[in-house]
Design a protein around this ligand. Structure first.
Ligand code: F6P
Length: 323
């Protein structure tokens, strides 16, 4: 294998706060070790199109505190197609890129795995607000999203309290309930609905709300992950079955934006630096992870085969402490 001189970096999938901190760390740690770092715009899409530019340490000044990604991002289905990956590989040859650092989620790693099998080395950094990457306990952007959602729950509870209503808050997470469960606990939700567990409206929503009312509660907070169902329909059902006036708020894309928290900045910086260190040690096709509070790296294939279960005991805890 030839010695690595030139490193490409791209962001892929949904943007997440802290991606810029990771890019900055990649560029500056890369510079520190004597590598050339190339920014690839718009994820795999930009790679296929050759949208690539060398980044100096000054090019990543002033971005640490910014949400989004200066490299832009895309969900590029084309990259699933071997012909397009072949094109991307040719582009890497043109720019003499020896390894591509992919900041994104499991979906982005699937393309990266195929790319690596076809001979283009990769390194993965976990970036998504959903925290749903199997090989790691933490993903870049998750902490900021948690705090954004918590802030919204606090505000929505103020108005629910004043009007003695039920507030139903839909949070992101098509397939994963990490935001819903943890923000449910942080925001003191009465009921949390997540895609990992089946729910029955009478058993899991109406009955507990009525029990809350019997215990003297006058306002209620329900967190529902987007993968579970429609928050407006849930509201109508609650009002119809209990007479309690309910209002739905779909938080949507505010959850993906904003200035990263200190934790996301620090972790993204460490992970970005770790990606370069792993390359420097001659280890390629690795995914950087945080497990048991330690930064580690796994082989990409091994990482993609891992399973991560949401701790459903947290749901039990939420029920106990929301009484
Ligand atoms: O990136 C994660 C995420 O925000 C999910 O929570 C959400 O389901 C999805 O992306 C939305 O993706 P898009 O913006 O591509 O529709």
């Amino acid at each position: 294998m030839r010695k690595v001189k030139n490193i490409g970096v791209l962001t892929s999938g949904g943007d997440a706060p802290g991606m810029n901190a990771a890019i900055r760390a990649v560029v500056r740690t890369g510079y520190f070790y004597g590598y050339n770092v190339f920014g690839i715009s718009r994820g795999y899409e930009g790679l296929i199109n050759g949208e690539i530019k060398k980044l100096s340490p000054r090019d990543v000044s002033g971005i640490l505190q910014d949400g989004g990604t200066i490299l832009k991002t895309a969900r590029c289905l084309k990259f699933m197609n071997p012909e397009h990956r072949k094109r991307a590989h040719e582009i890497c040859r043109v720019f003499n890129i020896d390894v591509v650092i992919v900041i994104g989620g499991d979906g982005s790693y699937k393309g990266a795995l195929d790319f690596s099998i076809e001979g283009m080395p990769v390194i993965g950094l976990p970036g998504t607000i959903d925290n749903d990457i199997n090989c790691t306990e933490y993903t870049i952007g998750y902490d900021t999203a948690l705090n954004t959602v918590m802030d919204s729950i606090d505000k929505l509870r103020d108005t629910a309290y004043s009007h003695e209503r039920c507030t139903v808050i839909e949070v992101m997470g098509r397939d994963a309930g990490y935001i819903a469960v943890n923000d449910g606990i942080a925001g003191g939700a009465d009921i949390i609905l997540i895609p990992e567990t089946k729910f029955d409206i009478d058993r899991d929503v109406i009955k507990p709300i009525l029990e809350c009312r019997n215990r003297g509660k006058k306002d209620y907070c329900i967190i529902v992950a987007e993968g579970v169902g429609n928050a407006n329909e849930l509201c109508s059902a609650i009002t119809e079955k209990t007479g309690i006036i309910s209002r739905a708020t779909i938080l949507g894309y505010v959850q993906r934006g904003g200035s990263p928290t200190a934790y996301d900045r620090i972790m993204a910086s460490k992970m970005g630096a770790k990606a370069i260190e792993v390359i420097n040690e001659g280890r390629l096709n690795r995914i950087i992870c945080l497990n048991d509070n330690k930064l580690i790296d796994y082989d990409i294939k091994e990482a993609l085969d891992m399973k991560k279960e949401l701790d459903v005991e947290l749901l039990e805890l939420a029920k106990i402490i929301s009484i």
